[in-house]
Design a protein around this ligand. Structure first.
Ligand code: ZN
Length: 267
């Protein structure tokens, strides 16, 4: 699956020394393939973990299956989530949709036990949204289907506009709803088009935010299926589902290969 390349001289021929080590035939440089600092796993274990991560097996299931410790397995899964979270689209240069949503449940229709559980998962109650425990998330999606999303402190213009100016090239068409945080977009040099949520006016010619609505639905279904995620790790799970969504057209093998590249093994 992966050919080793010498880090010192870039040659590709090696001797195997002391079981798992490789020595470069050209310059003598030695290294242990499939090694990532701080995580002791064999090549076969990494391959299995990556594949089962992609197939959405749980950490507990993977640890049992491989006969590994839970901590070690979770460490590997966390490393995978960290590298894919950073693998996001650079700057969008074509029409984008922008929108914000909230993760975490609404207070109504929930009993005390559920609310206590949510408070544990999501931390202190938010001041926004009237007694709900919600984490705001902001997203940008281009019409080719790639999405960028991140947790935000709040959904005021000062929270959202800087992300847009960083991720979307000036002059680009930006579609949003009529939320007032987006009103300054035209002044920032964007071609701003709005749609009204309430009137169910989702498709107004080409000015719509259906793509992001679809991604939010996908994200919320996935997080609900996990039965809640600790607030501390929420950004990693957001990153995971952004990555899965953006790479949904790749085959399992292609996704595996991409993750192996991102993990930057020593050899
Ligand atoms: Zn070498």
């Amino acid at each position: 699956m992966k050919r080793y390349t010498c880090k010192k001289c870039s040659k590709k021929e090696f001797y195997t020394v002391r079981r798992s080590k490789k020595r470069c035939k050209n310059c003598g440089y030695e290294f242990t393939p499939w090694l990532i600092e701080g995580i002791r796993l064999k090549r076969r274990e990494w391959k299995n973990i990556i594949e089962w991560f992609l197939l959405e097996r749980s950490g507990v299931w993977i640890a049992e299956r491989l006969g590994l410790g839970k901590n070690q397995t979770y460490q590997a899964l966390e490393r995978i989530r960290k590298v894919i979270t950073k693998d996001v689209p650079e700057v969008f240069t074509d029409t984008v949709e922008v929108d914000e949503t909230y993760l975490g449940g609404q207070k109504k229709n929930k009993n005390k036990k559920q609310l206590r559980k949510e408070r544990e998962l999501f931390g202190k109650e938010s001041k926004r949204g009237f007694g709900t425990t919600k984490q705001p998330v902001f997203g940008i999606l281009c019409r080719s289907g790639k999405v960028f999303a991140r947790l935000v402190e709040d959904t005021k213009a000062k929270d959202l506009i800087p992300i847009i100016t960083k991720k979307v090239r000036a002059g680009t068409k930006v579609c949003s709803d009529t939320y007032n945080s987006y009103t300054g977009l035209a002044a920032k040099g964007y071609v701003h088009r709005t749609v009204e949520h309430k009137e169910k006016e989702y498709v107004k010619g080409k000015n719509h935010i259906n793509g992001l609505e679809g991604f939010w639905g996908y994200l919320k279904r996935k997080l609900a299926a996990k039965g809640g995620v600790r607030r501390k790790y929420l950004y990693l799970f957001l990153g995971e589902y952004v990555w899965r969504y953006n790479n949904r057209d790749l085959t399992l093998e292609e996704q595996k290969k991409k993750i192996i590249e991102l993990l930057k093994f020593s050899g």
